[in-house]
Ligand binder design. Structure first.
Ligand SMILES: [Cu+2]
Length: 165
């Protein structure tokens, strides 16, 4: 009956080996080096650096008629605040060889020195200036024929008001 014992012993060894193998198998495997190098695609959100401009633009169109602005006499009252940019599109709209302009200068009287070209019918010019001095002034046409009344005397002038903020 020796062979029977041997068989039991062999079985035990095999069983032990099996348990060992099982234990090895149960060993927690090294966590796989998942190479997830979290490549953070930095979406650098550049903040909008649009500095809000506090400078307002007062924009208007004036037809240079005989003998007024947008009219046959006088002109619209232009109102702006100190610091505003005044942008005026001038359109020549005279008859015949007559020319007109837009002037805001010491003769207005005013502390400004704005003078457009003298425009004939169809000619245009955009003038722009900063309303940096408050007050109420007259803008006018400086054209004066050698004889007879000047355009201003004929009524070609208007009021511009620059208000304190
Ligand atoms: Cu004129």
């Amino acid at each position: 009956m020796v062979s029977g014992r041997l068989v039991v012993a062999v079985v035990l060894v095999v069983a032990a080996a099996g348990v060992g193998a099982l234990l090895i198998g149960l060993q927690p495997a090294q966590p796989p080096q998942t190479n997830t190098t979290t490549t953070k695609t930095e979406t650098t959100q550049t903040p909008a650096t649009t500095q809000p401009s506090s400078q307002n633009i007062v924009s208007l169109t004036l037809y240079l008629n005989d003998y007024g602005y947008n009219a046959s006499r006088g002109g619209p009252t232009i109102t702006a605040y100190v610091g505003d940019i005044i942008r005026i599109r001038l359109i020549g709209n005279s008859t015949g060889p007559i020319v007109h302009d837009f002037v805001l200068d010491e003769k207005s009287p005013s502390p400004y020195n704005v003078k457009s070209n003298r425009l004939s019918r169809g000619q245009t010019q955009v003038i722009e200036f900063t309303a940096n001095i408050p007050g109420e002034f007259k803008y006018y046409c400086s054209v004066a024929p050698p004889a007879g009344p000047s355009h201003r005397d004929r009524g070609q002038e208007g009021v511009i008001r620059i208000l304190e903020k």
